[in-house]
Design a binder for this molecule. Structure first.
Ligand code: IPD
Ligand code: CA
Ligand code: CA
Length: 259
C-alpha cells in the first residue's frame, strides 16, 4: 500500500470510529437547506481527517464537504466527505461512511470508503485493484438490466428543482429487478465495486461524494461514465457506474430520459 492510501485509510478509519462512537448520542443538528442536514459530528469528523492529512501532506490541497479547505499550487488535492449519509446518521439508520480520496491533476489515484458499523474498509489505488478489508473485490457478472439490482439517490433541491432524478427513477423501476435509495452515494459506489449492486446512477453530486467510489468501481473492473456514456467529470457530479456489462443498457435509459 502506498503512503497516500495508508494516509487515506488511517484518516477514514479514525473518523469512522468516531462516528460510530457518537451514534445514538445527542446530536446538534442544523439545516443547510430544507432537507439538507449537518451535525456537530460531521464537523468533528472533518477536523479529525484534516489533522491527519495536514500532518503528513501539509502542501497538498484539501477540500471537504463542511468547508475545510486548503489551497496552493500542489498537483495533489484531497476530497473528503467526513460523513456520507448524514440524514441516515441523524435518524439512527446505520448506513453511513467516511470517504477520503486523493486526486492528482484530475486523475483519482487513491480512495478509501469506511463503513464503521460493519467495519468494512474499501480501498483502491489506480492500477492496483480494489479491496474490501484487504481482499480483492470485483464487480458483478450480471448481463441483463431486467435482472439487475440498482442504486440511486435524489438531490437535496428535489423540492424546488426540475431536475430531480424522479423521471429516471420511474424508468429504471419498471426495467430493473429492484432499486435501492440507501442514502450514501459513496457506499452505493463501493457496493457496485464489490458486486452487491450491479449499477448506480445519480446527479448533482460533489467530488467528495464520488471520487473514492469511482476509483473503486474502475479498479474492480467496472465502468464509470456520465449519463450519456461519455467521460465523467467529478466536478460535474453526474455519474453512471456499473459492472460494465449492463452499462450500455443503463446509458440508453438515461439518454432517452434526457430528451
Ligand atoms: C448525500 C448522500 C446521498 C446522496 C446525496 C448526497 P451527505 O451525501 O450521499 O445518498 O443522494 O446526493 O449529497 O449529505 O449524506 O454527505
Ligand atoms: Ca455526501
Ligand atoms: Ca457529508
Amino acid at each position: 500500500m502506498s503512503d497516500f492510501l495508508d494516509t487515506a485509510v488511517i484518516a477514514a478509519t479514525e473518523a469512522g470510529r468516531y462516528l460510530k462512537a457518537r451514534a445514538g448520542h445527542k446530536l446538534t443538528i442544523e439545516k443547510k437547506g430544507d432537507i439538507n442536514l449537518v451535525t456537530d459530528v460531521d464537523r468533528e469528523s472533518e477536523a479529525i481527517i484534516r489533522k491527519i492529512i495536514a500532518e503528513r501532506y501539509p502542501q497538498h490541497r484539501f477540500k471537504a464537504e463542511e468547508g475545510t479547505e486548503h489551497g496552493g499550487n500542489s498537483l495533489y488535492i484531497w476530497f473528503v466527505d467526513p460523513l456520507d449519509g448524514t440524514t441516515n446518521y441523524a435518524h439512527g439508520f446505520p448506513f453511513y461512511c467516511v470517504s477520503v480520496s486523493l486526486v492528482r491533476e484530475n486523475e483519482i489515484i487513491a480512495g478509501c470508503i469506511y463503513h464503521p458499523v460493519l467495519e468494512e474498509c474499501f480501498t483502491a489505488e489506480r492500477g492496483a485493484g480494489a479491496l474490501l478489508n484487504g481482499k480483492k473485490i470485483s464487480v458483478s457478472k450480471e448481463e441483463n438490466l431486467g435482472d439487475a439490482f440498482l442504486a440511486t439517490g435524489f438531490p437535496y433541491d428535489i423540492r424546488e428543482s426540475k431536475a430531480t432524478n424522479l423521471r429516471q427513477f420511474a424508468e429504471f423501476a419498471v426495467r430493473a429487478r429492484a432499486i435501492r435509495r440507501a442514502g450514501s452515494a459513496a457506499l452505493d459506489l463501493a457496493y457496485v465495486a464489490c458486486g452487491r449492486f450491479d449499477g448506480y446512477w445519480e446527479m448533482k453530486l460533489n467530488p467528495w461524494d464520488i471520487a473514492a467510489g469511482i476509483l473503486l468501481v474502475e479498479e474492480a473492473g467496472g465502468k464509470v461514465t456520465d449519463w450519456t456514456g461519455g467521460n465523467y467529470d467529478i466536478s460535474k457530479g453526474v455519474v453512471l457506474a456499473s459492472n460494465g456489462r449492463i452499462h450500455g443498457q443503463m446509458a440508453e435509459v438515461l439518454k432517452a430520459s434526457m430528451v
